[in-house]
Each structure stands twice: as C-alpha cells, then as structure tokens.
Design a protein around this ligand. Structure first.
Ligand SMILES: C[S@@+](CC[C@H](N)C(=O)[O-])C[C@H]1O[C@@H](n2cnc3c(N)ncnc32)[C@H](O)[C@@H]1O
Length: 272
C-alpha cells in the first residue's frame, strides 16, 4: 500500500466514515476509494483538495509529508544539544567490518543515516576513506564537529535515503538503525543500487527493526516507521557470503515505558 492509500484508510476510520460515505462526498464510486486504500490506484490530483477537506486534514498530511517533516524535526531537535544523543562510542558492527576488511588501503566507506557521525568518524580515524549522510542538518553539523575534534576528514553531506542513489563504488556500506525509513516500494530498487555499486569483496553491514507477532508494538512507535518483515533484509544477500545474519530481541526504555524490539542484522560480502 502506498502512503496516500494508508493515510486515507487511517483518517477515514478515525472519522468513523464508510467508504461509501467518503465516495459520496467526492462523487466517485466506493470501488475507487477501495482501490486507493489498497494501493491499486491513486486519487486524481484534482480530487486532493476535496479529499483532504472531507478527511479533515491538509493535503500535505494526506501525502505523508507532514509526518516526514515531523521525523526530521524530531531528530533535528535531538541533535541540537551539545550532548551526543547516541554517544560517541562506535557501534559493535564497526569492529566486525574492520575484522573483515582491515584498512590495508584507503577503503571507501559510506555510512547511510550517520546521525551525529560516531561510526563515520571511527572509520576515518582508522584509515578508511569515509563519506556519510543524514537527513538532518543538525546531525551533519555535529558530525563535522566530531570529525574536526578528531582531526580526520569525512565527506559529510545532507541527503534523504529515499532519494539518494550511489553513482560511484564503495567497499563498505554501513547502515545502522535507519532502514525502517525506507518504504516497501523503494527497497528493491535501493538495494539493487547499493549492491551494484559495491566493489568486489566489498561488505554491507546493516541492521533493521522487524515486526514479530509476539512482541508488542512499542508504546512510542509511530506510523512513520515502515515495517520490515523478519528475514526480509537477508533476502537481499542470498547470493553474497553471509558472515553474520541474525535476529536479536532487546529491551528498550525509550519514551519512559519498558518494552522490547526485535532487530535483524547482516554482514554480507560480495564474492564474484
Ligand atoms: C536511530 S538513528 C541512527 C543514527 C546512526 N546511524 C547511529 O547509529 O548512531 C536514525 C537516523 O536516521 C536518520 N534519518 C531518518 N530518516 C532519514 C532519511 N529519510 N534519510 C536519511 N537519514 C534519515 C535520522 O536523522 C537519524 O540520524
């Protein structure tokens, strides 16, 4: 289902309106509404103002932009303090990558959704040639300050993982805690782009939150996170060498309410 279809369904239900009632207001058939909600077709652009009015929302929020703005501003404000929200200790995945591909030459690393730059700076300090991007300006600014403090060079830039595509090759693609921002319909294309722009023997180190029926939806989960199926990430690497491919459940206290998350992680290597 696309974002607009999901939003129409959600907002219509919140208002307790039937598909027939919504269709009547828009002068379309209820089958048309059903098709929008199921992602089979999209409403005509000329219908959007009346559709938004009937659902009591803005066109932006119907299209999902209001929500996206909220993700960005949440992270922007988290990163606007002097404290490093995620700390400055590198993720364990960095060490796994280093073991597999030690920096015997200036191997090219891309950190996707780098946040405040702790992992990117770690790789740079260890001799890798690092590029890294995030959607937040405050994250990028802070990451640059961290790199300056450690006197290393990192090519930090602002980009959206949904739009950004690789045009040159990398030896390592690193992505921690970010893939849930990629909607289902873009995944195939994005992973194809990442895979084809990975050097021979190159490595992908990635993780993603996954949905499990026996784990309650986290209290602070919001609709902007796109669900990944358990095992879905591994499916992109069936023809690569899997050095690690696992699923862990861990406790979390974000939002002040103890709950659990399930995360799939993969370290895969392209072998021709
Ligand atoms: C859980 S944090 C992880 C940050 C970093 N990878 C780390 O482990 O410290 C998720 C990051 O994804 C970034 N993000 C969210 N949506 C994004 C998008 N569409 N494109 C790029 N980055 C995005 C956020 O700004 C945030 O820095």
């Amino acid at each position: 289902m696309n974002a607009i279809g999901k939003n129409i369904l959600k907002m219509r239900k919140q208002l307790g309106m039937t598909q027939e009632e919504l269709a009547g207001r828009l002068n379309v058939s209820f089958q048309a509404v059903s098709k929008w909600e199921n992602g089979v077709s999209l409403p005509d652009v000329s219908t959007l103002p009346l559709l938004a009015k009937s659902l009591g929302c803005s066109i932006d929020s119907l299209l999902g932009y209001a929500v996206e703005q909220r993700i960005i501003s949440d992270y922007e404000s988290r990163y606007s303090t002097d404290e490093y929200y995620w700390g400055v200790k590198p993720s364990d995945m960095c060490f796994e990558v280093m073991k597999l591909l030690p920096p015997t030459r200036a191997l090219r690393v891309l950190d996707i959704g780098c946040g405040e730059g702790k992992d990117a700076v770690f790789f740079a300090k260890n001799g890798y040639k690092v590029s890294a991007f995030d959607i937040t300006q405050s994250g990028i600014d802070k990451a640059k300050r961290l790199a300056e403090k450690h006197r290393v060079n990192v090519n930090f830039f602002k980009a959206d993982v949904r739009d950004f595509r690789l045009e040159s090759e990398f030896d390592v693609l690193f992505c921690s805690g970010v893939l849930h921002f990629i909607p289902n319909e873009l995944r195939e294309e994005i992973f194809e782009n990442y895979r084809t722009h990975t050097a021979e023997d190159g490595v992908h180190a990635m993780n993603v939150f996954v949905k499990k029926p026996f784990i309650a939806v986290p209290p602070d989960k919001d609709s902007r996170n796109f669900n990944w199926r358990s095992g879905e990430l591994f499916g992109y690497y069936t023809d690569w060498l899997l050095h690690r491919c696992d699923e862990v459940i861990f406790d979390c206290n974000s939002g002040g309410v103890p709950h659990k998350h399930c995360m799939d992680g993969v370290i895969a290597q392209r072998i021709d």
